[in-house]
Design a protein around this ligand. Structure first.
Ligand SMILES: Cc1ncc(C[n+]2csc(CCOP(=O)(O)OP(=O)(O)O)c2C)c(N)n1
Ligand SMILES: [Mg+2]
Length: 329
């Protein structure tokens, strides 16, 4: 049993809390740093959505693989990606997880199972599906997770991928992170059927909707889905309802904008994933001091990550073509 798995079994709730707080504090630091222009990349923040990244990532075993989106800080951190290399990537530094070439939208940490993230909506859904096909053909026993937003199900490739995964009974869990918006466009303005997991019922995909703000619910439901996929039960779609606290892209907020539902801010604050889990931990007798110690530890990690990024070199111009799969010319 790996140390990560041992830790995980020892205390799931506290681990979920730690993962979510790490995401929150890292993104708060990004907000604070952004006006300095040291961050060379647009940022799509996931404050408010931490429970999905934490619960999904923790439910996957070491060796399972995730394919994410441009809103990827959460899954990168929760899956165990190095925090220093995340900040270095945002700074465009050579020590970044994509050597400063990808920025916030193209995070990758294959050493912990995050295959990659992409700025093109839905583009990694077929890639993840192909990854699951390869896994099945190899008989490796791993599960693949495809993580995407509600906007991705507006893309035809989602249905093609799902159809294929159902047909071939692939070991894949499709995770739909429904934050209610694709940029400024609300779900009911795009779909008559607003229970989005139902859209693929006709293709034979099993699906359900859950509270995506309670990390324990996410962890439990994702664990069951992963276990079933590993047993050869085929794909499943989990729709997690959550809230985006920031504007679509950038460090500001947009609750005041006309396209937002008037009660969005209130609802978001009421369903803060960190508060929900902190309350559950308090109910089971976890001391405030313990949670404060976790917070202090994480503050130190974020400080160290930023210092690493600041002191790292930019890539040398001559290294631009390094790492290309296809050399042209
Ligand atoms: C193929 C494609 N079409 C359009 C865009 C422009 N675009 C960027 S983000 C986005 C909305 C996606 O919303 P969702 O999948 O719900 O993710 P969220 O931003 O809410 O996390 C769109 C349409 C794009 N990047 N790629
Ligand atoms: Mg969305």
């Amino acid at each position: 049993m790996s140390p990560r798995t041992a830790r995980k079994l020892a205390d799931v709730d506290l681990t979920l809390y730690r993962l979510m707080l790490r995401i929150r504090r890292a993104e708060e630091r990004i907000v604070a740093l952004y006006p300095s222009d040291k961050i060379q990349s647009p940022v799509h923040l996931s404050v408010g959505q931490e429970a999905v990244a934490a619960g999904v990532s923790l439910a996957l075993a070491d060796g399972d693989r995730v394919h994410g989106t441009y809103r990827g800080h959460g899954v990168y951190i929760a899956k165990g990606g190095d925090l220093g290399r995340l900040f270095a990537e945002l700074y465009g530094k050579d020590t970044g997880c994509a050597r400063g070439r990808g920025g916030s939208m193209h995070l990758t940490a294959p050493e912990v199972g995050l295959v990659g993230c992409s700025a093109i909506v839905a583009s990694l859904i077929p890639v993840a599906t192909g990854d699951a096909l390869a896994e099945k053909m190899r008989g490796g026993g791993r599960v693949v997770c495809s993580l995407f937003g509600d906007g991705a199900i507006d893309e035809g490739v989602f249905y093609e991928s799902v159809n294929f995964a159902v047909l071939k009974s692939l070991p894949i869990v499709y995770v739909l992170e429904n934050n209610g918006y694709a940029i400024h466009s609300r779900v009911p303005d795009r779909h008559k059927q607003t229970e989005l997991f139902r859209l693929t019922e006709g293709l034979g995909l099993r699906g359900r909707r859950y509270d995506g703000n309670d990390a324990r619910v996410v962890y439990k439901t994702m664990s069951a889905a992963v276990a079933a996929a590993r047993r050869g039960k085929g794909p499943v779609l989990l729709e997690y309802m959550t809230n985006r606290w920031h504007e679509h892209v950038g460090p500001g907020t947009d609750f005041q904008e006309a396209y937002r539902y008037p009660k969005d801010r209130e609802r978001a604050l009421r369903s803060d994933p960190l508060k929900i889990l902190a309350a559950a931990l308090a109910r089971r007798g976890e001391s405030r001091a313990r949670l404060d110690a976790v917070a202090a530890e994480i503050a130190g990690e974020v400080d160290a990550a930023v210092a690493f990024a600041e002191s790292s070199p930019f890539p040398r111009a001559e290294s631009l073509r390094e790492g290309l799969y296809v050399e042209s010319g």
